[in-house]
Design a binder for this molecule. Structure first.
Ligand code: AMP
Length: 508
């Protein structure tokens, strides 16, 4: 088989690889255990060996402080912000701040940033694919939550580079799922994709016209997913234990890991039964040395009550996205459920009620994203033009420049189509001005600083002249991956200026 571009779904909890074989069929990369997904978990064992996937998960109860899971949630976050402090309560591993102000994870005496951890996971999937295919794999289409900003997309490309894997395209997860749905069926439909995974939530409205996939609107929350369901139950169990025994288990990493592990299993159990035991013997001890156990029975009803606000939030977002698409729910031909957490019955009921139709069974919730990425990768390589898929995606949040008064001047609006290009003219504001600096942010807040800074750019080599005499034209180019690059030239002479990125967006 010639060189192929595989598809990789780099998930918060699980990752998955797929490819298109010589017969043109999509295949999932098998994992050694006989499944198709591997846990997105990285660990270092007591001997200092790096472990990944199932091997890492197998020892997470014994070694919680050196087992990193859910790391994708921390990508692109400010280490001193409220979100990271909240995550520190739930994650037993040590989350710190690097000298350059980025989130790093301390594992034993090693410090790793999130790009490194993602690169290990990408490498694991790539290696599984290469072993299975019997040939090297050097290129992949990698999916990200639609609601990832520019900075987080850059981080994924960067992660690939670290392990010599060229990330040919970064594709939004719901868009990839739509590609898996539309494959070869010559579908002409407008569909909504409700994608609730382990750590993130996305909704997209996509028009499929044969091989053209046009995203009409997208929205989401990169901090809403299965982990929040787990955390709701963990909180309940911790509160109940503290009330009964006066002991706060949240400070004990081993106890927390046992609770977390059982919380997720109980959640999965409760998606197909109405009651499940929640028992952990010898979780702690009284000051006198008497062992304490957790002995609870959790009903689905109780769990649903604890997590109703999470379901409501997904529906609020879905409502906004449908509105942004300029359509109504009646215009949608199908609703696709993607992501493991969509197996939760209350989620399915809420989706059905909001969209007024039963969700389609047309895609596999765990595999559609990787499959769609593989299909797109295959299409990028295809010589035949009728095989080529055309992807018209959008940016999830607006991008703008910080004005002197601290507000954000919009360059690309939310849901602006990509690829996209805009240009803006600036004039010099004092005599012989040689440089022009600007800060670019992404987010929907009016105040620039409340958004995510994508970078600080400086253009130098401006022609000497009196104030206002030189026109600098800055070009903002947003690629099909949703990644922004800037360039500038003298509007009168056409001379290119030197662009320096003072704060890079890919520094994650
Ligand atoms: P994904 O990122 O799509 O692999 O989704 C993983 C999330 O789905 C995790 O939070 C899982 O706990 C959750 N999940 C998987 N199966 C079920 C199930 N049967 N019921 C509820 N949640 C599930």
């Amino acid at each position: 088989m010639s060189d192929i571009i595989i598809g990789i779904d780099l998930g918060t909890t699980n990752s998955c690889g797929a490819y298109v074989n010589e017969e043109g069929n999509v295949k999932l990369v098998p994992t050694p255990g006989g499944g198709t997904t591997i846990p997105s978990i990285f660990a270092i064992d007591d001997k200092g060996n790096e472990l990944l996937g199932f091997e890492a998960k197998r020892q997470w109860l014994l070694n919680p402080t050196k087992t990193v899971y859910g790391a994708k949630r921390l990508m692109g976050r400010n280490p001193s912000g409220g979100f990271v402090s909240k995550m520190k309560e739930y994650f037993p591993y040590e989350i710190n701040s690097s000298e350059s102000g980025k989130v790093v994870i301390s594992i034993g005496d090693r410090e790793m940033n999130l790009v490194e951890i993602s690169s290990c996971i990408l490498n694991k999937v790539r290696t599984l694919a290469a072993d299975h295919l019997g040939q090297p794999v050097t290129q992949a289409v990698v999916t990200v939550p639609a609601y990832f900003n520019d900075r987080q997309r850059q981080a994924v490309k960067e992660a690939g580079k670290m392990v010599n894997l060229e990330v040919t395209r970064v594709v939004n997860e719901p868009t990839a799922a739509a590609m898996a749905y539309g494959l070869r069926k010559d579908v002409n439909q407008t569909v909504a994709i409700y994608d609730l995974g382990g750590g993130t939530f996305d909704v997209s409205v996509i028009e499929i016209r044969g091989k053209v996939f046009e995203v009409k609107a997208t929205g989401g929350d990169i901090f809403l997913g299965g982990i929040d369901w787990d955390n709701a139950l963990i909180d309940y169990v911790l509160r109940d234990f503290e009330t009964k025994n006066g002991v706060d288990l949240s400070k004990d990493p081993i106890a927390m890991q046992r609770i977390k592990d059982l919380a997720e299993r109980t959640k999965v159990d409760l998606s197909s039964r109405t009651e499940a035991p929640f028992s952990i013997p010898f979780i702690s001890m009284t000051p006198e040395g008497t062992p304490l156990d957790i002995n609870l029975v959790i009903s689905r009803q109780l769990y649903e009550n604890l997590t109703q606000p999470l379901v409501d939030r997904t529906i609020e977002i879905a409502e906004m996205v449908v509105q942004d698409s300029g359509l109504t729910v009646q215009d949608l031909d199908a609703v696709l459920l993607v992501g493991g957490q969509t197996r939760w019955p209350a989620v399915q009921e809420a989706v059905q009620e909001f969209f007024g139709q039963e969700p389609s069974k047309g895609v596999h919730p765990d595999e559609a994203v990787a499959a769609g990425a593989a299909i797109y990768g295959h299409s990028l390589q295809s010589e035949a033009t009728d095989e080529k898929m055309q992807l018209l995606d959008v940016i999830p949040m607006r991008i703008g420049i910080e004005r002197a008064d601290g507000t954000l001047q919009e360059i690309f609006e939310r849901n602006a189509a990509v690829p996209n290009q805009k240009s803006m003219n600036f004039t010099t504001s004092y005599d012989n001005q040689a440089e022009l600096a600007m800060r670019i942010y992404q987010g929907d807040a009016q105040t620039a600083l409340k958004n995510e800074m994508l970078g600080e750019f400086e253009f130098s080599g401006i022609r000497q002249g009196p104030e206002g005499a030189v026109n600098v034209q800055v070009v903002f180019d947003c690629s099909v991956d949703g990644i922004l690059t800037l360039s500038a030239h003298d509007a009168d002479t056409g001379n290119e200026m030197t662009t320096t990125i003072k704060v890079a967006s890919s520094e994650q």
